[in-house]
Design a protein around this ligand. Structure first.
Ligand code: FES
Length: 79
């Protein structure tokens, strides 16, 4: 089994207002074979509130993400 990749979703107030809840819902619906390969964490703020919603995937900070781009980036990181 390959190593898990870290996925951190900012759930602070600004990112929440900009849609981080939609990202959380989308991640919850991922297929089990993807879910078991990610280490999902929620963080309170990434100090980039004006550019939310923010997500960090395998150490790379992505801003103004959509659920679609997050899933795409996760899949790319798992290849
Ligand atoms: S609330 Fe997400 S970066 Fe501050």
């Amino acid at each position: 089994m390959s190593e898990k990749i870290s996925v951190e979703v900012c759930v602070g107030t600004s990112c929440h207002l900009m849609g981080s809840n939609l990202i959380m819902e989308c991640l919850d619906r991922l297929a089990d074979n993807i879910k078991e390969r990610i280490d999902l964490r929620y963080v309170q703020c990434m100090d980039r509130c004006g550019k939310g919603p923010n997500v960090r995937i395998a150490g790379v900070l992505l801003d103004k993400v959509t659920p679609e781009t997050v899933v795409e980036e996760i899949k790319k990181s798992l290849i």
